[in-house]
Design a protein around this ligand. Sequence first.
Ligand code: ZN
Length: 408
Amino acid sequence: MKTLKIFDTDAFVDTNEATILTCEKSNKEGYEDCYEVITDSTIFAPEGGGQKCDEGFFGESIVKDVQEIDGEIIHFLENEIKAGTKVLQKIDMNLRFRRMQNHNAEHLICGLIHKKFGYDNVGFHLSELRRDDGSIVSIEAIMDVDGPVSAEALKEIEMKANVAISENVPIYAILPSSEEAEKISYRSKLDISENLRLVIIDGYDVCACCAPCLDSSAQIQLVKIVDFFPHRGGMRLTLKAGIDAVKDYIALHDDNKNTMKILSCERGRCAEAAERMNVKLTEAHEEKVSLKRQITVMLEKELKNTIRMQGSKYIVYFADSIDEIQARALINDNVAEAEKVIVVMFDKKDDTYRFVAGKNENLTDILLRELAYKMRENLNARGGGSEQMIQGSVTSDGETIKKFFDSL
Ligand SMILES: [Zn+2]
């Protein structure tokens, strides 16, 4: 059974009346609930050549998948449709068009790289980002070539491809016999001799391909190489084309506009302005580190005075804006000579302090774990620790905290 592949030569037919030739329950893994349907003609391109199958319906029945198996195009449907029935096939042309824009852009870029460097295309797939409901967010083409290309050369190729788009040259597919094929020079990932189909971008590229193609280069609209890096001795390129490239441009433009506002700079100067800001940030950070160091030294001095001044077994020190490292340093540097429990309340946010408390190990009559328990009971504290140091948070005001420690 040979199904007429309408998409081979006309990719813009989005409805087709087909006759069911066979419809059999599937035993393919994952498709046990489906029927495998073969028709006399089809507009559904099967999965292959780096892209997924077309999406659409047979009448009201959704087509779950389309695969080419042993030369037959098999449509996977949930409903049984008797052989001999005529059905109306309908595909999602919007999805196909976006795929063709990206796929033919890849042909154009590969063709230009092949012409300039003689490299071959050794990998290709369309990457599709979808929402939870299955609708497409974006499509991009990912392709590998088997040789290195500099960033400069890629820029040149990208410009040439966009010139080819503006020239509106024809794109078409031919199905040459093996004798005819011998006389044609074309790119191919595989050594195909039978059922060869060539997609031609007039004057730019001839490539063996099984996917539906556009009618003219102008339909590609725009191509942008959005990423490239060395890969297995060659290069991996990511392209965006057509409506996906336009959408990307709009999104990047909005982002750039916001960045210009934040950096107070002109169009095209964001990187420069960001670099200047980076230098300023580094300087500010160094200044902050130095100031923190000075504050710690001052706090330690002050703490030593406080230790000498207070008579109780507890020294409660409020240092709202220091961080945990500084708080711990204050305790570690002073417990040895303090002969008291040192409690540092720090990092105040609203009514909550973080705290660290430590003691000299000779102070055996005060148990820090017991203190943590009392703090939980009286100060809305959370946390705990060892017999040498406890830490956590306290949600109480300064007066309540002071009164609590005075009462101990
Ligand atoms: Zn192709």
